[in-house]
Unconditional design. Structure first.
Length: 159
C-alpha cells in the first residue's frame, strides 16, 4: 500500500524518500542534451525542477514513455533529508540515445537576446510519474553558440 502524501514542501523535504539530481554541462549550438529518469517500482512525484542557461536561449521539455536506448552514465541522486540514509529507486542517466516518440508533458523556455544573456526557468508543479516508466528531460540549445546549463530535479518517491 502506498504511503499517503501530504503536507507542504518542507514536510516532503523532511520525508524519508525525497531526492534531488543535478545535471550540468555544455549543450552545443543547435544541439540537445538529454537526461533519462527510469522511475522504478514507485511513483515519483516531481516536487520541482529548474534549468539555468549561461548565455543562450534553451527549451526544456519533459517527455513520458519515449522509445529510448538507456544511457550508460548513471547519476546518483542525493537524499534531501541528510539525517536519513537511503537510495532512490529511480535510475538517472545523463546520456540516453535513440530517443523518439512519447508524450510531451511540459515545456519551458529560457529566453536570451539583445543585451540579456542566460537566465532560468522552472516550476513547482507536482507531476506524479508512472511506475516503471522512462522519462526524458531535454535541454535544447536555440542559440548560435555553445552554452553551459544546469538542470536540477527534485522528487519524492511514493512508497
Amino acid at each position: 500500500m502506498k504511503q499517503a502524501v501530504n503536507g507542504d514542501l518542507l514536510d516532503l523535504a523532511r520525508a524519508q524518500h525525497s531526492y534531488v539530481a543535478h545535471v550540468y554541462g555544455t549543450v552545443a549550438q543547435s544541439a540537445t542534451n538529454h537526461v533519462q529518469i527510469k522511475s522504478g517500482a514507485y511513483e515519483l512525484i516531481i516536487l520541482g525542477w529548474v534549468v539555468v542557461a549561461a548565455t543562450q536561449s534553451v527549451k526544456v521539455t519533459l517527455t513520458e514513455g519515449p522509445t529510448v536506448t538507456d544511457g550508460t552514465s548513471a547519476l546518483t541522486p542525493d537524499h534531501i533529508h541528510r539525517g536519513i540514509g537511503g537510495t532512490s529507486s529511480a535510475t538517472v542517466y545523463t546520456n540516453p540515445t535513440s530517443i523518439s516518440g512519447g508524450t510531451l508533458l511540459t515545456e519551458s523556455l529560457v529566453p536570451s537576446g539583445g543585451n540579456k544573456t542566460g537566465g532560468s526557468s522552472g516550476a513547482a508543479a507536482f507531476w506524479t510519474l508512472k511506475q516503471n516508466e522512462d522519462y526524458i528531460w531535454s535541454v535544447e540549445n536555440l542559440g548560435n553558440s555553445d552554452t553551459l546549463y544546469e538542470l536540477a530535479i527534485t522528487w519524492h518517491e511514493n512508497r
